[in-house]
Design a protein around this ligand. Structure first.
Ligand code: SF4
Length: 427
């Protein structure tokens, strides 16, 4: 059971509802399924160059932010994004929070291409007026069966199972109800509607299903569904199932998650059609105009798409060969090497962008990261205890104190680079 302490609606920024940060306006552009065309990325990069700080920030939900917007710039920005097809719904722009497995339909780990389901979910979402009232934090996820979105904590998730079935998982609770995959978008919409109904019944301002009292159970009941199956995280991660019970066939998925192989990391991926995809890490999720231009140009040589992941990286696919593409990406500071120390490193805005920040965490992360080897654990640098943009699951927690840093709650009293390396398990 849980209950919500919320007393007011969320204030998540959008394109129309711009947040005023210390460095100016901050606009967040939702990208359902993380999908962008080359032309759309060029529009975003040009807009940031002319109206903002010139960079595009990739977020932990696979969206893009533009910072340091000048007074009057948001109107120009929204006009440009509308023309580029990046603002298809005025009323629903902040609620189009839909993640999809970024390699969906490309490699052999994809059991089913969920991107068409994500597009249909977005269409249904924007067509339902009542769902404009969803909180901006409410998250949908469509996992193509590899388990890469198992830890994102979506409110309404469908994970592909074998045999054309999906597992509806609500509120991050690891029990689920089977649904036919073709029905997944409609069921997910019904779950969102049931959340709003239950929230009203509880007279709550909850932003997430898990914030409601017995939220997941109540929403399942309103849907007429009975979740079943083992708690996947209770299964033996070595692939054993001591009770002999795995009615939903989740054991391989759980093993992959436990081994850390489910999350998509930088590198080259063979596609099932014989072509090649590349997963490209964007250091600290900050994409420069030059980097955006290279990504756009390369996307046009491939399948035309840029897929933004929730891990500060992008996927380009559809190449006959990628050696030249990799060289171009690395020449502008993007990362394709799986063992690069930049993989798994994230940071909040810090100084000077955020008034609450106690340090320029991005500058410190840029100084420290190249000096250590890639470790086993993700790292997140925060300018204060709010930990904005932190990754899901376990991570090395580096927080500015004003007179130094704490790592995992302990003040650092040695060289910062040594402390980070030790915490990350890199040395
Ligand atoms: S974690 Fe703190 S310093 Fe960083 S962006 Fe959030 S509020 Fe600002």
């Amino acid at each position: 059971m849980n209950s919500s302490p919320r007393t007011q609606p969320d204030s998540c920024p959008g394109v129309l509802a711009v947040h005023q940060a210390a460095d100016g306006g901050l606009a967040r552009v939702r990208l359902p399924g993380g999908l962008l065309s080359a032309a759309q990325l060029r529009v975003l990069a040009a807009a940031s160059g002319e109206l903002g700080d010139g960079h595009l920030e990739l977020t932990s939900r696979g969206n893009i932010q533009i910072r340091a917007l000048r007074p009057g710039a948001p109107q120009t920005l929204s006009d440009r994004l509308y023309s580029a097809g990046l603002l298809p719904s005025i009323s629903h722009e902040r609620v189009r929070n839909i993640l999809a497995s970024p390699l969906s339909g490309l490699d052999q780990d994809s059991l089913y291409d969920v991107l068409p389901l994500a597009a249909e979910l977005d269409r249904l979402l924007c067509a339902q007026p009542a769902l404009a009232e969803l909180p901006g934090r409410f998250l949908f996820a469509l996992d193509d069966g590899r388990g890469d979105l198992g830890a994102v904590g979506a409110d309404v998730a469908v994970r592909v199972l074998a045999g054309g079935k999906g597992l509806l998982v609500l509120g991050g609770v690891s029990r689920g109800a089977e649904v036919p995959l073709e029905d997944a978008p409609a069921v997910m919409i019904a779950a969102a509607e049931a959340f709003l109904t239950e929230r009203a019944a509880q007279d709550s301002e909850a932003w997430r299903i898990a914030e409601l009292a017995d939220g997941a159970a109540e929403v399942y009941e309103r849907l007429g569904l009975e979740p079943r199956g083992l708690d996947p995280r209770g299964l033996d991660p070595r692939g054993l199932d001591p009770l002999g019970l795995d009615p939903l066939g989740l054991e391989p998925l759980v093993a992959a998650e436990a081994a850390g192989t489910a999350v998509v990391v930088a590198g080259r991926r063979e596609q099932v059609d014989g072509r090649v995809a590349v997963v490209v890490t964007v250091p600290l999720g900050s994409l420069s105009a030059e980097q955006a231009a290279v990504l756009s140009d390369l996307a046009e040589l491939g399948n035309g798409q840029i897929r933004v992941t929730p891990w500060r990286s992008v996927v380009l696919g559809g190449f006959d060969a990628v050696d030249d593409a990799v060289a171009q990406l690395e020449a502008v500071g993007l990362v394709v090497e799986p063992e690069s120390p930049w993989n798994g490193v994230t940071a909040c805005a810090g100084k000077p962008g955020c008034a609450k920040a106690l340090a320029d965490v991005r500058a410190d992360a840029r100084d420290v990261t190249p000096r250590i080897r890639r470790g086993r654990q993700p790292v997140h640098w925060s300018g204060c205890e709010r930990r904005c943009g932190r990754p899901a699951g376990r991570f090395v927690d580096i927080i500015a104190l004003g007179n130094g840093y704490a790592i995992d709650g302990e003040p650092v009293d040695v060289e910062l680079v040594e402390a980070v390396a030790a915490a990350r398990g890199a040395r």
